[in-house]
Design a protein. Structure first.
Length: 390
């Protein structure tokens, strides 16, 4: 490639110990990697048998590097990313224990949470005894949380976790998972919280510690917690909001976590995941509320990809909708896994329209739908085979 361009390292899943080539053999991961590459300016491209190329003249964000090695996740030592913190510093704030320690937690939750180091999980019998005792302690003084989740401290999207009844716990399933959990930084044991709304905030931390809040979003997820896309609202200035009643609280918590990460030596793209949860009727655990600091993702996120796609299409959206100050449009972004390989990553022309909704190829294979009202937008996305928007 040209020395003037960035070399992209699409190591999606590296925080879950997935080798790059194995991950990119999966169609959803490969499609997400192509959508990520569309954020950059040409002649940025990746190395390897499945090259990713950027075709736009300018990057979607001014802070995106235009030379050197740029990794999706700089905590992977094999990525050898330039202008990134040391991998161990990235992993330290990417750790779920960091969000638990540094971010606001819902009332009553902390009493049920137990964090395990890899060393504590190395001796299976001792670890299982401690887990069983912790779960039994949930029930002291009356009924406690009905369901637990034991999740790896490194990684995201619900992958690698063990979930089950708190009493009696399935210790055989936990025993089987212990080596995997230890290999991914240890584990967090806590009550399973039933989500009613998934939220995220995307940010960038400059090397001098300055924090840019890129936007807040609603996350579209499957019943199992698998990420499917994002949606939200955009105003005439290009500012992006989730539209949730918890938007301000999420943005405040995310800025606080990013500031703490900067204090600990992190810089680069990042995201904060949170959610509103409701109590299980069988459950006497934490009451309904907002978990604004569920995870701190010290890497690029698909939320950043969605916001980049919206920035790419901004002028076309303004023209098509005559967006005026004081008004907002609704949008949804998701990766279309079956998009043709030859799609132009820089195209922002409408692919089609129905009523007051238009679809833009703003970051192929990502599809961006924009509409005047939430109901029409959800219907258009559903007709196109996209994720359900509730």
């Amino acid at each position: 490639m040209s020395a003037a361009g960035a070399t992209l390292v699409p190591n999606l899943g590296a925080d879950e110990e997935l080798p790059v080539e194995d991950a990119l053999r999966r169609t959803p991961v490969a499609s997400a990697a192509r959508a990520w590459a569309a954020l950059f300016a040409a002649p940025a491209c990746s190395e390897g048998p499945r090259p990713l190329r950027a075709s736009a003249a300018e990057p979607a964000f001014t802070w995106l590097p235009q030379r050197g090695r740029v990794a999706w996740y700089a905590g992977d030592p094999a990525a050898r990313a330039d202008d990134a913190p040391p991998p161990e510093r990235v992993r330290a704030v990417h750790d779920k224990a960091f969000a638990l320690e540094a971010g606001p937690q819902p009332p009553g939750l902390s009493a049920y949470v137990r964090v395990y180091s890899p060393a504590e999980l190395a001796t299976a019998d001792a670890a299982l005894d401690d887990i069983a005792a912790t779960l039994a302690g949930w029930q002291r003084g009356g009924a406690g949380p009905a369901t637990f989740v034991c999740k790896p401290r490194q990684g995201g999207s619900g992958r690698g976790q063990v979930r089950g009844a708190a009493q009696p716990p399935d210790l055989a399933a936990l025993r089987k998972a212990l080596p995997r959990l230890a290999a991914r930084g240890g584990a967090v044991l806590e009550p399973w919280l039933a989500r009613s709304e998934d939220l995220s905030v995307a940010l960038h931390v400059a090397r001098d510690g300055a924090i840019a809040l890129l936007g807040s979003l609603r996350s579209l997820v499957s019943a199992a917690g698998r990420p499917l896309g994002h949606c939200g609202e955009v105003d005439s200035k290009g500012r992006v909001f989730s539209g949730s009643r918890d938007d301000d609280a999420m943005r405040e918590a995310a800025a606080g976590l990013a500031g703490e990460a900067a204090q600990r030596g992190y810089w680069g793209p990042c995201g904060v995941d949170g959610f509103r949860f409701r109590p299980d009727p069988r459950d006497a655990g934490p009451p309904a509320g907002l978990r604004a600091a569920g995870e701190f993702n010290a890497r690029f996120t698909m939320g950043i990809v969605a916001l980049g796609a919206l920035r790419r299409a901004r002028e076309a959206v303004r023209r098509d909708f005559s967006l005026e100050p004081g008004t907002r449009l609704h949008f949804a972004f998701y990766v279309a896994h079956a998009a043709p390989a030859e799609a132009d990553d820089s195209a922002v022309a409408p692919r089609g329209s129905g009523g007051d909704v238009r679809c833009y190829d703003a970051a192929a294979p990502g599809l961006l739908f924009v509409g005047r009202d939430a109901e029409s937008l959800a219907a258009a996305v559903a007709r196109a085979g996209g994720p359900q928007i509730r």
